[in-house]
Design a protein. Structure first.
Length: 305
């Protein structure tokens, strides 16, 4: 859904189909090889970046998911990932070498986790990935940092989040999609409360919210986040903010003010796809009147026999 870098656009253009890569039972690939791989939730396709000999693109069930530059983990080809990186760096300047504790809900190729490791070498990260076979492939393809610096935990994102110790993370990034949208259980007020409980004071909750031009989903996401957190922000390009295209907004919430660094605004405007910041008052105005999502009520108890 997001407009991404040149490599991703070219990978989505017509080309000869890649063959299926068959691996012996229990075997793991030795580095990335182009082709289609069967995973637990369907299939994924690994595509070499035509403009970068170190670059790889990952599609999951036909949808572009991630880009990796094996030589430069700080390079992020997808615009929304660059916006996330800019926001994180504004809250935690890398030169101060903070020991971030990050939780990534949604793994893909672990592009943002690789970036965090490169920018914050002392960070401790957990990536939650639903598809165990995909997680095995990604570790084999991309030589990710080992535990305890980076652990991949196979499981459903909400179920894992609900097991975590309160105040045990500084940063939570929600980037989970089933088709064009995030599964509803990861978007409700109750789930946001779980995420807030897991965050330490001053922590940051960041979500990738995809939507169509009607912006109904984005308004509901914003309303639900604003109902949970005292301070909010949206980052997106002007066309998306005006409802002129399909795309992505980055939304964030915290219990403390954030995002007022003028360097952040300049950095976002200077990117390949210039992005604007909406501060808390603009987010709440955008979300006014939208549904605050809630979990469905529990089923009624059966009457006693």
């Amino acid at each position: 859904m997001a407009r991404r870098g040149k490599a991703a656009r070219q990978a989505n253009s017509p080309r000869r189909g890649s063959g299926v890569v068959e691996l012996p039972e229990g075997a793991r690939p030795k580095g990335p090889v182009e082709g289609v791989y069967y995973i637990d939730t369907g299939d994924c396709e690994l595509v070499a970046d035509p403009d970068n000999s170190n670059g790889w693109l990952l599609k999951i069930n036909g949808v572009m998911s991630s880009h990796i530059d094996l030589a430069d983990p700080l390079f992020l080809d997808f615009e929304y990932m660059r916006w996330i990186a800019a926001l994180v760096e504004s809250v935690w300047p890398p030169e101060e070498r903070p020991k971030l504790r990050a939780l990534h809900l949604g793994g893909g190729a672990c592009s943002v986790a690789r970036y965090v490791h490169a920018a914050y070498p002392e960070a401790r990260q957990v990536v939650v990935e639903l598809d165990g076979k995909l997680a095995d492939y990604v570790r084999a393809w991309f030589d990710l940092p080992k535990a305890p610096l980076l652990r991949i935990r196979v499981g459903e994102a909400r179920a894992v989040t609900e097991t975590l110790t309160p105040e045990s993370r500084d940063l939570i990034i929600r980037d989970v999609f089933a088709g064009a949208f995030t599964p509803r259980p990861l978007t409700t007020r109750e789930f946001n409360a779980h995420a807030k409980n897991v965050l330490a004071p001053g922590g940051l909750y960041v979500v990738n919210s995809g939507d169509s031009p009607d912006l109904k989903n984005a308004r509901q996401d914003a309303a639900t986040i604003a109902d949970t957190f005292a301070h909010t922000m949206i980052i997106a390009d002007p066309a998306m903010l005006k409802g002129r295209r399909y795309g992505n907004m980055i939304m964030a919430g915290s219990d403390t003010p954030f995002g007022d660094d003028p360097k952040l605004a300049r950095k976002l405007l200077g990117g390949a796809v210039p992005a604007h910041i909406w501060a808390d008052a603009q987010v709440r105005a955008f979300a006014r009147g939208a549904e605050i999502r809630h979990d469905p009520p529990p089923p009624p108890e059966a009457p006693p026999a």
